[in-house]
Write a protein that binds this ligand. Structure first.
Ligand code: SF4
Length: 251
């Protein structure tokens, strides 16, 4: 495995083969699950941290219901200025279903204030004119925004840019299949895994890569007891091969 980590061409070839095999199962292109404007996607992403999708989705809808936007703007159906200026305890109560609402409410308000200071309003239109690395740097200068959130905003929102988010499922599959070492944390793994994808890939293919890796982690490469016996990646996965050794020894 050590040799593979020092051979970028072999890693890129392996990443592409994994992508190809998983796309056959999950069906690529994968439909986008959101069509939110970038600011809404940013708040949605912050709410989703360490929280089930159903709970973060409900919290996002609750924000919209409590502070509805002006439909005529066409930008967003949440009045983010009202969320920014509301008592923090009220925001916390509205998003109470997510993990750590007492941290997320002040964090979201701090981010909304910071965006207002930097842009003079509450829009992320500024990202339209930036390259993907520039846009990620802009977002990651906001308090508490890391590589996963910046990539999610660029990829999942209506911006539809070629940025690769890495969640815990994606990261686990990448470690077990030997694309990255186990010592590489989720944050720094973003740049390493993105560099293994062809630079000419468009936003849809980069999004597909994240989606199929995540789906594989959710549906087969479980955190506990991965289902290696039915995994399409078994032949190229060192973890799956190692787990088969005792069976081979008994045979
Ligand atoms: S072979 Fe096992 S460990 Fe490897 S990716 Fe598949 S399920 Fe995960």
């Amino acid at each position: 495995m050590t040799d593979l980590f020092t051979d970028p061409a072999a890693l890129r070839a392996k990443a592409l083969e994994i992508h190809r095999l998983l796309c056959r199962i999950h069906g690529c292109p994968v439909p986008y699950f959101h069509s939110l404007d970038p600011l809404s996607e940013l708040v949605s992403s912050l709410l989703s941290h360490r929280t089930r999708n159903a709970a973060s989705g409900a919290a996002f809808k609750a924000l919209r219901k409590r502070w509805p936007g002006q439909p005529s703007t066409g930008q967003s159906s949440t009045d983010w200025a009202a969320v920014r200026d509301a008592p923090t305890t009220e925001v916390e109560a509205v998003i109470a279903g997510v993990t750590w609402p007492e941290q997320k409410a002040p964090r979201i308000q701090a981010i909304l204030r910071r965006i207002t200071e930097r842009t003079g309003g509450l829009s992320l239109d500024v990202l339209n004119d930036l390259s993907v690395p520039e846009a990620r740097a802009w977002l990651e200068a906001l308090p508490g925004v890391g590589p996963k959130t910046s990539a999610a905003v660029l990829s999942f929102s209506t911006l539809r840019r070629a940025a690769l988010p890495v969640d815990s499922h994606h990261h686990r599959v990448a470690v077990r299949t030997g694309l990255i070492p186990a010592s590489l944390a989720v944050g720094p793994s973003h740049a390493v895994l993105a560099a293994q994808l062809p630079p000419e890939w468009d936003a849809q293919r980069v999004y597909d890569n994240h989606e199929v890796m995540m789906l594989h982690g959710q549906r087969c490469c479980y955190h506990r007891d991965p289902a290696c016996d039915r995994c399409v990646l078994l032949d190229l996965c060192p973890t799956g091969q190692a787990r088969r050794e005792p069976e081979r020894a008994r045979a």
